[in-house]
Design a protein around this ligand. Sequence first.
Ligand SMILES: Cc1ncc(COP(=O)(O)O)c(C=O)c1O
Ligand SMILES: N[C@@H](CCCC[NH3+])C(=O)O
Length: 433
Amino acid sequence: MHHFDRINGALHAEGVPLEALADAVGTPAYVYSTATLTRHYGLLADAVAAHPAALGPALIAFAVKANSNLSVLATLARLGCGADTVSEGEIRRALKAGVPANRIVFSGVGKTDAELAFAIEAGVRQINVESAIELDRLIEISSSLKQRATASRAIATPEIAIRVNPAVGAGGHAKITTGGATDKFGVPADEAHALYARASLSPHVTPVGLACHIGSQITTLEPLEVAFRALRTMTLELRAVGLTVSRLDLGGGLGVPYHGQSDLPSIEAYVAMAARVLDGLDVEAAFEPGRLLAANAGVLLSRVIQVNERGDGRRFLVLDAGMNDLMRPALYDAFHDLVPVRPREGEPRLYDLVGPICESTDVFARDRLLPPMQAGDLVAFMGAGAYGAVLASEYNSRPLVPEVLVDGDRWAVVRTRPSYEDMLDREPTADWL
Ligand SMILES: Cc1ncc(COP(=O)(O)O)c(C=O)c1O
Ligand SMILES: N[C@@H](CCCC[NH3+])C(=O)O
């Protein structure tokens, strides 16, 4: 459970009791641990640094989509972590959090003209191109920006990678697979070669490498290895016709033990596999982990509103957190462990964990065995640091919940809960009403 542990029977985030946080900021609330983020980044950075010949001065770029909180990003940025981004909003967040532009990768299947121009002007390290049509648009935009450049404001030629779809999909759920042949992401391997060659003929983009990302919550190394080998083969083919390939972006996707399972590939084994596949290529590798760094660095703290007991024995634990706060169970049937902050004595019982939202999918889990629970009890959804707060919505007019960052014994609110007045003020009434 990393840095969310019990001290004197009560669950803490590092040195801070979750009960105290709930009293101070209310519930629901996301709580993040600096120590876990730091530990996970350190494990990956150390593993990568152990293979300098095969992986080069590799870039670790946190997938901002997993957790875009500015203080989380700033925590990682201070450790030297870069950012993998998929929108202008994410690039702006990464820059504001202190990630240098030359450590920002811009990916995405549908980048607008404005976003491509913004990325070029910001001087991001690399734009991962996902289709032939995007390449044409990027060349056009880069060329017109250069024409408008002035001596005091020069525009660099963007460095690009071609995102290959290696036709190996993988991941914890069909809805989070990205590398399958029918998935919308990337260029089919047989088209990528021609596209790379075409890009290298343009003075307005500089192709530097290949990228892939085949899915998320991947729990075995085999599919990743197949994809990395495809990148290796393609690198050798491109070099054979005189093209330069100096970077390989290996994407993210490594799974985390939501069930506490101990048979997942270790970070060291994952990186060692990558190093074996890239050995001798003399490239700079990039890793784009999201979940791996952030999932177990966060919990969603919630309070029991009431316990509804039915005549047939079914028991609903009605929480103040709903599917709008934590979407993963409703979207992907995802499992999150639910831990009572201060468990009561007594025989464990079966509970259905539900939120207050008017949707039948607002069910976090069925038949969970928990100690006896009562209204007012605090619980924590574990593994909620990735794809938690970022996927939240205001459905049922519920304000987005606050986010708190803990560091040892100190804590700070790093995203505030909007007031109902703010939520209403955001919507000007049409002037004919
Ligand atoms: C291009 C790209 N890189 C990295 C990631 C991060 O994935 P994960 O959180 O599974 O590491 C994603 C999301 O799946 C992605 O689409
Ligand atoms: N949002 C997904 C992961 C998708 C990653 C983005 N390509 C999840 O919560 O598991």
